[in-house]
Design a binder for this molecule. Structure first.
Ligand SMILES: Cc1cc2nc3c(=O)[nH]c(=O)nc-3n(C[C@H](O)[C@H](O)[C@H](O)COP(=O)(O)OP(=O)(O)OC[C@H]3O[C@@H](n4cnc5c(N)ncnc54)[C@H](O)[C@@H]3O)c2cc1C
Length: 430
């Protein structure tokens, strides 16, 4: 089976590449095939936090993500041990949270609407670039293509086939979806009640009856003991998103998160922990304990929920992103190191890839010699390079005093740097 442009992976990066090709080179639309090993809607482990850059990239494609279920976090808190920097944007949400099964299926439908074929349940096994084509072996036969786009994520086969000896940076990530039910406990804690009778009184005030407390499975005596876990002044508001860098001094180069989310319209919390692994040369502490500790502080019992893990490959400006006839996008090229944020980057990298493909076909030059330069010189590449630098500095300076200083005292500089150099690249990406 012969195709001009074969995209491996129908996640945000592969679908964005196809959608940007449809926009910037519509004559190529019927020459694209996307291969996807799963079937949409499929599960993808991800907290689903969309930054403004993701929304801007989608808007420029004429897409309105508010068509799908989402929760808007009014503020994002970047804390060290419960205290730090709050990001909020007047009259706007700080972070929009989607579920990836819904988001990716929606984006796949928008791609199909452009007349682009997505062949699902096809797993790519091998990618072999040759002088005159690329041979792609799958469990559904062998395909040949002029150009292949590796959009197959952090664990993808494309990078492993074309750049087997590249140094890679991989972060460890754990995620939990907790029911909002525990919020009964949290809202009582928020009210500041400190005795058992106050807990009950507050529960009643908040129209949470004793029966509801009983049916929540959280007995009053545990609510009281829960309040004792709030010795730090760090109660979480249900409408906000939280990042807490308290694990860094213990050798975990990352943070815990707590986002509001929803599943089938039911409010939920998404908890997780991220470790870039930049301190792994010292020790490699387990991730579960600090996450359990943080969840317990907020009235959640980690052991009650299913815990899932997945690596995230993060970006290095020293990596290669292409070989002749094959280019990488999204996580396959590298996500953000500081937070492991990758949806906006996957969407933005699709634009860079689409223009590189359009020009390669126009010039009949499939070397992709300039692809790395295109990435690094783009506003997205510049932001990613700065983020990689910050990742190394922020996490190597892992002492508690530095982390406190950075998130609590240095915050005007941190906020200005984030605004100018880390975020807001999408408007400038052409
Ligand atoms: C726990 C966790 C939480 C995260 N939270 C956030 C967040 O809140 N915000 C954010 O911006 N980012 C987050 N990320 C990162 C984000 O999920 C990724 O950056 C993003 O999914 C990258 O998109 P992609 O299209 O490059 O890859 P993917 O989304 O991984 O898509 C790759 C696609 O390729 C398919 N595929 C893989 N191998 C093959 C094969 N051999 N053959 C055919 N198809 C194949 C896969 O099935 C998949 O559909 C998180 C990641 C994790 C692990």
């Amino acid at each position: 089976m012969q195709f001009d442009i074969l995209i491996i992976g129908a996640g945000p990066s592969g679908l964005s590449t196809a959608l940007h090709l449809a926009k910037h080179a519509p004559h190529l639309t019927d020459r694209i095939l996307i291969l996807e090993k799963e079937h949409h809607p499929r599960l993808k482990l991800c907290a689903g936090g969309l930054t403004a850059d993701a929304e801007i990239t989608l808007q420029r494609l004429g897409l309105d993500v508010s068509e799908i279920p989402h929760v808007d976090a009014s503020a994002a808190h970047l804390d060290f041990a419960g205290k730090g920097l709050t990001i909020s944007i007047p009259n706007k949400h700080a972070l929009r949270i989607i579920r990836r099964n819904e988001f990716d299926a929606w984006l796949a439908n928008k791609t199909r609407d452009k007349g682009i074929e997505i062949r699902e349940n096809v797993t790519v096994k091998n990618v072999q670039p040759r002088d005159d084509c690329v041979v792609v072996e799958t469990d559904a036969g062998t395909f040949t293509a002029q150009i292949v786009v590796g959009a197959d994520g952090s664990n993808g086969i494309t990078r492993r086939c074309i750049l087997p000896n590249e140094a890679i940076h991989t972060a460890r990530v754990l995620e939990i979806i907790a029911p909002e039910q525990d919020v009964i406990a949290r809202s009582i804690a928020l009210s500041g009640a400190t005795t058992g009778s106050e807990v009950e009184a507050t529960a009643t005030r908040q129209s949470t009856t004793k029966q509801e407390i009983a049916s929540s499975g959280v007995p009053v005596h545990s609510l009281r003991s829960l309040l004792n876990h709030h010795s730090r002044n760090d109660t979480h508001k249900s409408e906000d998103a939280y990042f807490d860098f308290f694990p860094v001094p213990d050798g975990i180069a990352g943070y815990t998160w707590d986002f509001p989310t929803q599943i089938n319209g039911e409010p939920k919390r998404c908890w997780g922990i991220y470790d870039t692994n930049v301190l792994a040369y010292q020790k490699r502490p387990a991730l579960k304990e600090p996450l359990a500790e943080e969840m317990k502080r907020h009235g959640f019992d980690l052991s009650a929920y299913e815990i899932k893990g997945h690596p995230i490959r993060w970006f290095s400006p020293f990596n290669q992103f292409a070989v002749p006839r094959v280019i990488l996008v999204g996580d396959a090229a590298g996500a953000d190191g500081i937070f492991g944020e990758g949806i906006s980057i996957a969407l933005g990298s699709g634009l860079i890839a689409a223009k590189a493909i359009r020009d390669a076909i126009a010039k009949n030059d499939f070397s992709f010699r300039d692809y790395r330069r295109r990435i690094l010189l783009s506003p997205l590449g510049q932001a990613l390079t700065i983020r990689t630098g910050i990742t190394h500095i922020l996490y190597h300076l892992h002492w508690a005093w530095f982390q406190k200083f950075f998130w609590r005292v240095f915050k005007p500089v941190v906020a200005a740097t984030a605004w100018l150099f880390v975020l807001n690249w999408a408007k400038r990406l052409r």
